[in-house]
Design a protein around this ligand. Sequence first.
Ligand code: ARG
Length: 461
Amino acid sequence: MRKLWGGRFEGATDALIEKLNNSLPFDCRLWSQDIEGSLAHVQMLGSTGIITTEEAEQIAAGLCSIREELQTGALSLPPDAEDVHTAVEGLLRERIGPLAGKLHTARSRNDQVATDIRLYLREAADSLNAHLLHLQSVLLQLAKQEIDTILPGTTHLQHAQPVLLAHHLMAYFWMLERDRERLADCRKRINRSPLGACALAGTGFPINRQQTARQLGFEQVLPNSIDAVSDRDYALELLSVCTILGVHLSRLAEEVILWNSPEYGYIELDDSVTTGSSIMPQKKNPDVAELLRGKTGRIAGSLITLITVMKGLPLAYNKDMQEDKEPLFDALDTLELLLPAAARMLNTAKFRRERMLQATSGDFSTATDLADFLVRCGLTFRDAHDLVGSVVQQCIKQGKGLEQLDADALLAIAPQLGANAAEAAALLKPSASAASRTSEGGTAKQAVLQQIKLAEEKLQV
Ligand code: ARG
């Protein structure tokens, strides 16, 4: 295929160098954004009189018919083209002849590629947002369903205090809500137009950048042509958002893996989202969760790749920046798979409420409740902490859980409780403990219902 820059060259490019240089194998997926950008550009060329309106119409008609045929598969991009821009222009020349050469007036591939990527990322951000909303709605649904389920909340992976499963699940809801906020914020900076920056310095042709920006749905025009073609910070931002989101998914995945193990037995993953072993017939492996956890590595890797590419680059465009696409596409493709997979995994899981409750028995996770109670009876928190520590020690010696102590047993260990022993004993049940934590954002049922109400408002878009 004819090169866009062949004029000053006598010799042909080495085949190996061509392989290194060409980006079509991966930028081919930008073809529809490339045509969209070209359509806006050519209309502007026509309406500003840079080319005649008849020429603009012919070029636009050619581009539209190419778009249609690429969509249906009747046409494909010429595989030997250097990049997607060359490929589309080549198809246009085949279709409308030398007039195709006017399309690139007052434009460079530098502003063209930046425009294409921004259009692509804008769509990708909207798609991620939709997937996130779906996963959030699954979490919300589960939280409502499990509003009375109690499990041991942990710190250091040690039983800490009983919490509602709904509360635990909603923690992930809010992580994803912040991921959506970050995404929306980053989208604002993606949605600005570099078109018309040309190679780096703008152009002497009387172009109208506001017009192309408006037509492409960009919110504003980037005010500096050098900056417009040379930065990829919006791509880095999106990759950062993706990485943080990946980290959130990996934490959820890790808990699912633990909870699905026989040692925990808190959940049972459905056959449709698990796989077997080729040697051990009894196995049912949580591969989906493991891939959610594992693929976070490649998303973070994509961020590191592009941030390293950009570091120290002089202004303006450098070919290094062609390396922006593969990490972006890989991270976005990965999340397009992971987010619905996570939703399906949770949607089909069975939550084993009795196992969760059983796990709280004998785990001393209501010890803080007893200490808090003693504080209300007038002890300092330090003294209360010491006293409860000795109660726990006695229980361990007697092979009993805290919740098994009745008023008399409690009084025998902690005579300081006096007339309050019965009330204290009642607090030692996990359900009573959870119910008592009524502070805003706490684990008591009313508090969790309150946050569920807030969450529902967030989903009403
Ligand atoms: N394939 C190139 C890229 O993705 C397009 C821009 C080429 N510009 C240039 N001056 N060689 O970055």
